[in-house]
Design a binder for this molecule. Structure first.
Ligand SMILES: [Zn+2]
Length: 306
């Protein structure tokens, strides 16, 4: 079609309202900055189903002609450490390390999930108690951190805060980490697009998936499903228009929310229904390919690896 015909056919298009600022059209000349694979909620155990399935998922993620540059693990690497004894937790980490060694050649960046935290009551005096064991296994510099890749700034948050009794947890960004986050955002160049990762979602409608969250006719969504300081985070992100994406796992469900220019993506689970079946609610077991572009846009493709 030549330019004249193009203009003619454009004139025949229905009236399009001017941009209201809610939708940012993708730039026609954008260039991809990086592609990575998001794998989360792998919940590995030494049993054959999780071992074979996670191996399959790693191969699927690495066998694309357009290969991801690295893997971002959104947390819940192992089935559960929270209330388990040392031997049990060690077996789970050994299973994970064995699978990675045999089936993966990509670098992995990790985010801590609730099931990665060792909260066994009798282990309180152990040096590896709490998040230390996970930080050690994941070979990360600390429970939260940030780094740069191909023009994007990645902020990995620690969204899981065990309750004092050590038996359960809740979701929020603690004051020390919030101060660090504010400083990290402030020192990142205003033209550098930012991706935030938290295991528990910052902003996700998946909290509405269960009838059990309705009590006496009211929604009562626990902070263990959506962070209790989400309002503060939304206000903070609003001050930084270069915060473009916020990824989460935890819910084992797939969603997308676009709010104030931030794309919030909850990214399903490799384990589906914690290996009990390949689908949880309406979301199939899977992982995502994430493409980040130099104009700050993001695209996600969720894939079944079965
Ligand atoms: Zn999980």
């Amino acid at each position: 079609m030549n330019r004249r015909n193009l203009l003619k056919s454009a004139a025949l298009l229905p009236f399009l309202p001017a941009s209201d600022g809610l939708i940012t059209p993708a730039s026609a000349v954008r260039k991809r900055s990086i592609r990575f694979a998001y794998l989360g909620d792998t919940h590995i155990t030494p049993d054959s189903k999780p071992m074979e399935s996670v191996a399959k998922c790693f191969h699927h993620a690495q066998n694309h002609a357009d290969k991801p540059a690295f893997i971002l693990h959104g947390g819940d690497v192992i089935m559960d450490a929270l209330a388990k004894d040392r031997d049990d937790v060690q077996k789970q980490w050994d299973a994970w390390n064995g699978i990675v060694k045999a089936n993966n050649s990509l670098p992995i960046e990790y985010c801590i999930g609730n099931h990665d935290i060792w909260g066994f009551e009798n282990a309180k005096s152990e040096p590896m108690y709490g998040k230390k064991w996970a930080v050690d296994q994941m070979k990360i510099s600390g429970r939260y951190r940030s780094f740069d890749k191909n023009g994007w700034h990645f902020i990995i948050l620690d969204s899981v805060q065990p309750k004092p009794d050590g038996k359960w947890y809740t979701g929020y960004i603690d004051p020390e980490q919030m101060d660090w986050l504010k400083a990290d955002l402030a020192k990142t160049g205003s033209k550098t697009p930012i991706l935030v990762m938290s295991h528990i979602p910052i902003f996700s409608p998946t909290g509405f998936f269960s009838e059990t969250n309705v009590k006496e006719g009211n929604w009562t969504i626990p902070a263990a499903l959506v962070l209790s300081n989400t309002p503060e985070l939304i206000k903070l992100f609003y001050q930084y228009p270069n915060v473009k994406a916020a990824l989460s796992g935890h819910m084992h469900l797939l969603d997308r929310v676009d709010y104030n220019g931030v794309t919030y993506l909850c990214n399903g689970a490799v384990s589906g229904n914690w290996w009990k079946s390949d689908v949880y609610q309406q979301t199939k077991a899977g992982y995502a390919l994430i493409d980040l572009y130099d104009d700050g846009s993001i695209e996600r493709t969720y894939l079944s690896y079965m």
